[in-house]
Design a protein around this ligand. Structure first.
Ligand code: ZN
Length: 72
């Protein structure tokens, strides 16, 4: 993986796009990589499959949510 400085996940865009957009992007990217709590089994095992599609690894539930976050 290419080293990024303080730009974190947004470093893949290289220079540009500005600070505020980078910070907003990082917040979303960090959230996406963490496992989310499942609304069905209440365990933490939900990953995003695609925009708006979420899958729970614990109980196998697949459900619709928001595009980038589960319930915000
Ligand atoms: Zn579940």
């Amino acid at each position: 993986m290419v080293k990024t400085k303080k730009v974190k996940a947004a470093g893949k865009f290289g220079a540009g796009y500005g600070t505020s957009l980078r910070n907003r992007f990082n917040a979303i990217e960090i959230f996406q990589r963490k496992k989310q709590n499942c609304p069905h089994c209440k365990k933490s095992g939900v990953k995003r499959l695609a925009a708006g599609i979420w899958n729970c690894e614990k109980c196998g539930a697949k459900f619709a949510g928001h595009a980038y976050t589960l319930n915000k």
